[in-house]
Design a protein around this ligand. Structure first.
Ligand code: IMP
Length: 449
């Protein structure tokens, strides 16, 4: 049984937690492959709300084995706090497996994250200050400590002292900060080691064997395509690979085992932190989207920047992730508008770009080209069949499907599990040629209501 992937098609916060949680029901394994506790996944289960940062969303199902893959950077303190909180609410984390090769977020990573941002001044990225960038930088620099190092205090100490030699020199000389003490960190991390040891293993082998045995495995993305270190809006990105490539490098599983890649996209766009955002609405529209969509970060509580849906970005995300479908979330938020705008191209110096532009300056300075669609202006939060959506809402979804070239297999109209419209298996959107695929006379495919 091949694996499935759920990943972010925008700048994160697309509602992946809900979609993963919905699909997890039918899975045996849920695997995180990238990022760290910069992520924040909100899962609503009945009247209970769970905010997860490191823990894979499948944790709420007792039958699921949750896995933190080697591509994740693990802050053990945060992970243990999350496990304790879940335990206090009756959730058993006994089946959590952690890759022995995942890297650890160390106290000095958080210090360097904060100092790095301060030294950038107005050019700062707006990171989550969770030490994510410095932890991945040390991994690439072969200076990182891994989860398996927790199992051998001698190795841990040797690597820690080597790292601190360099880190402390920079902290003291360049930033005029207090150095970190190896003994203190040892004592703290060896305490974590004791509790985490039963969960640590070779998760690449574990997942491989599960897939070969026909078990169902869901790979859960964190952040989103445009925060990808290679394919995102660099340098305003995170330091990992939220795109589909990250599944392979971040878990040790190969492409043969994947048959479905679902990109989660909001029916509009949001972003937190700094960086270009062509369809941003720094006005009443943005305020309304933020208010109706409750657009505040799960991890940092920061207000998210809001704007119209950007089809250029969505098409790029479909392409770089080989998406087989999208999950369109928060469609209900658009009920607040009479007219809806969708960006279908970028205009810059007399040229219109329908694909993600090849130079950052174009993306920073372009003017979005909008197409207007009628809104529906009514509450859709109780609708569970696509055919029951107002005509305008159906057309909006069909437009997105046509433009993206993949079906919206899941449409979310509210935070609860029940507030979801599933498109029957086998739905094929009609894919037209041309730069953008909207046609006035477009008719919905026969089998989608
Ligand atoms: P970092 O991942 O903390 O280094 O932050 C780098 C950029 O990614 C910043 O703009 C963050 O706001 C953004 N970012 C990181 N994680 C998330 C997430 O889970 N959702 C949305 N944005 C994120």
């Amino acid at each position: 049984m091949p694996g499935k992937v759920v990943l972010g098609a925008q700048w994160g916060d697309e509602g992946k937690g809900k979609i993963t949680d919905l699909m997890a029901d039918r899975m045996d394994f849920v695997v995180r492959y990238a990022g760290g506790n910069n992520a924040g996944h909100t899962v609503v289960c009945g009247d209970d709300e769970f905010k997860l940062h490191l823990m894979p969303s499948g944790i709420l199902y007792p039958h699921i084995t949750t896995v933190i893959g080697n591509g994740v950077v693990v802050n053990p303190k945060v992970l243990l706090e999350e496990m304790d909180n879940l335990h206090a609410r009756g959730i058993n984390c006994g089946k959590l497996r952690i890759s022995c090769n995942a890297h650890l977020v160390m106290p000095y990573h958080m210090a360097f994250d904060r100092l790095g941002e301060v030294s950038l001044g107005s050019a700062k990225l707006g990171t989550t200050h969770r030490g994510i960038g410095p932890a991945y930088a040390d991994k690439a620099d072969r200076m990182g400590l891994r989860v398996q190092d927790l199992l051998d205090d001698k190795i841990f100490r040797t690597k820690l002292e080597t790292a601190l030699e360099r880190k402390n020199a920079i902290l003291v000389k360049a930033f005029d900060q207090e150095p970190f003490d190896a003994d203190e960190i040892m004592a703290e991390y060896m305490g974590y080691a004791e509790r985490l040891a039963p969960h640590i293993e070779d998760t690449s082998l574990l997942i491989y064997e599960a897939l070969e045995e026909g078990k169902k495995v869901l790979f859960e993305g964190a952040q989103g395509t445009f925060l990808d270190i290679d394919h995102g809006t660099y340098p305003f990105v995170t330091s990992s690979s939220p795109t589909v490539g990250g599944v392979f490098t971040g878990t040790g599983v190969g492409p043969r085992h994947i048959d479905k890649i679902i990109g989660v996209a909001k029916a509009y766009t949001t972003r937190v932190g700094y960086g270009p955002f062509p369809t941003e609405q720094d006005n009443e529209v943005g305020e309304t989207l933020g208010k109706m969509g409750v657009e505040f970060g799960t991890t940092t509580g920061r207000k998210r920047r809001c704007g119209w849906l950007d089809i250029v970005l969505l098409r790029y995300a479909v392409r770089v992730n080989s998406m087989t479908a999208i999950a369109l979330t928060k469609l209900d938020v658009l009920s607040a508008f009479d007219r809806l705008k969708v960006c279908v191209g970028y205009s810059y110096q007399g040229k219109v770009y329908h694909d993600f532009p090849p130079h950052q300056t174009i993306f920073h300075k372009c003017e979005p080209e909008y197409l207007e669609l009628p809104g529906w202006g009514s509450d859709i939060t109780g609708i569970t069949e696509r055919a029951d959506l107002p005509e305008e809402a159906r057309r909006y979804v069909e437009f997105v499907e046509q433009a993206a070239g993949v079906p919206a297999e899941i449409i979310s109209v509210g935070p609860k599990r029940t507030q979801t419209i599933w498109t029957p298996e086998g739905f094929e959107p009609r894919i037209e040629e041309g730069p953008y695929l909207y046609r006035e006379d477009f008719e919905p495919p026969a089998n989608n209501g």
